[in-house]
Design a protein around this ligand. Structure first.
Ligand code: SF4
Ligand code: SF4
Length: 151
């Protein structure tokens, strides 16, 4: 399915999610073997392993990830986000190319770009390369959240 549509099936998505959602952790959705490694290079906590072969898929060492978001900002493929469970909702931190206000509502889209629900932008942080946006949404979107639509 991934090679035909470019959309990762849910089982594959689940396989890259951290087990412990009590604090922010990286979700690395990098499914193609490509020569790329800024995520590994810039992680200050050695929480991403690619190794000698730069074509290897990145592997998150969950116990070392502190959810700092540096990898989210440096990944050229926009393939990394952070996730955390908070009370009855989820927080996702995603890379975003445009400026956004915080404390505003947005739409949640799935990995095919379909609107699936509502979210609230809770935090906007500008990094050297791009903006990191944190969005709060309902827990039901754990494996369906693919991004936001803001108008
Ligand atoms: S969020 Fe921070 S600690 Fe976790 S993998 Fe990314 S750069 Fe490393
Ligand atoms: S920086 Fe992004 S695209 Fe490159 S290997 Fe890491 S996750 Fe994949």
């Amino acid at each position: 399915m991934l090679s035909k549509t470019g959309v990762a099936p849910k089982e594959l998505v689940k396989s890259v999610f951290p087990l412990d959602l009590s604090s922010f952790k990286a979700v690395i959705e990098c499914y193609q073997e490509i020569p790329c490694n800024p995520c590994e290079f810039y992680c200050p906590f050695d929480a991403i392993e690619i190794g000698q072969n730069i074509n290897n898929l990145p592997l998150l060492i969950e116990s070392k990830c502190v959810g700092c978001g540096i990898c989210v900002g440096v990944c050229p493929g926009l393939a990394i986000m952070l996730v955390k469970e908070e009370n009855e909702s989820l927080l996702f931190t995603i890379p975003y190319e445009l400026a956004l206000p915080d404390n505003d509502v947005c739409k949640i889209v799935n990995r095919t770009g379909e609107v699936i629900g509502d979210g609230v932008i809770t935090k906007v942080v500008k990094t050297e390369l791009r903006t990191l946006v944190t969005v709060q949404c309902d827990k039901q979107y754990l494996y369906d959240f693919g991004g936001i639509l803001y108008e």
